[in-house]
Design a protein around this ligand. Sequence first.
Ligand SMILES: *Cc1c(COP(=O)(O)O)cnc(C)c1O
Length: 222
Amino acid sequence: MGIAENIQQIVTEISPAARLIAVTKTKPVEMLMEAYQAGFKRYGENKVQEMVGKYEQMPKDIEWHLIGHLQSNKVKYMASFVAMIHSVDSLKLLQEINKQAAKNNRVIDCLLQVFIAQEETKFGLSEEELEELLVSEELKSMQNVRIVGLMGMASNTDDEAQVRLEFRGLKQLFDKLNARAADFPANVDFKEISMGMSGDYLLAVEEGSTLVRVGSAIFGSR
Ligand SMILES: *Cc1c(COP(=O)(O)O)cnc(C)c1O
C-alpha cells in the first residue's frame, strides 16, 4: 500500500477516539508531500533541526508536533510555528518554552511526558514530579504555555499485556489529575493523551489515547 492508503487506514481505525500524527523523522520531504497532497496535515518530528528544515520546505498550513526529547536551547528555533510539544519533562524547559512563545506572541500547547516504561532509558517525569510541577507557583505565571495533557512511551517489548498495563496506568494518572483540575492554574487544561506508535496504536486507543504517533507503519521502516 502507498502512503496515502496507509494513513487512510489508520485514521479509519482510530477515529473518532484519537487523531493521527504521522511521524516523519528521517523521511524525505517528498514523502511528506505525498501525504500532504492526499490531504493530511499533522506531522511529528523528534529533532528540532529536522522539523525546522521540513517546515521551511513544506506548505505553511501544517500542524507540527515535536515528539522527541527537547533541550532548552533549541526551543527558539521552532517557537514561531510548532503546534504542540509532547516532550516537556522539566519546569526549566517549560519556562524556556513560555519565554520563546511570548517573544512570538503565541500560546504553545504542551504535554508533560510521563515515565511509564520499565526501561531506564526513556525520558519523563514521575507521578510525584508531575504533581509538583502542576501545583508550582512558577507555572501560574506562565501566560504563553498551555498544558493540554500527558504523553508516554511504553516499553519496547512484544509483551502486549505489559504495554497495555503501561498505557492503562497513564490513562489512570490522567483521570486522577483531571479530577483535581481545581488545584491547578488556568493554563492547565487536560484533554489529550499522546500514546501509541506503529506497533501498539490500536492498543493505545483502546486504553484511552487521543493522539497516536505513527511512523514506520505509514512510511516504512527506518
Ligand atoms: C519515532 C517515534 C515514534 C514513531 O515510531 P514508529 O514505531 O515508527 O511508529 C513515536 N514517538 C516518538 C517519540 C518517536 O520518536
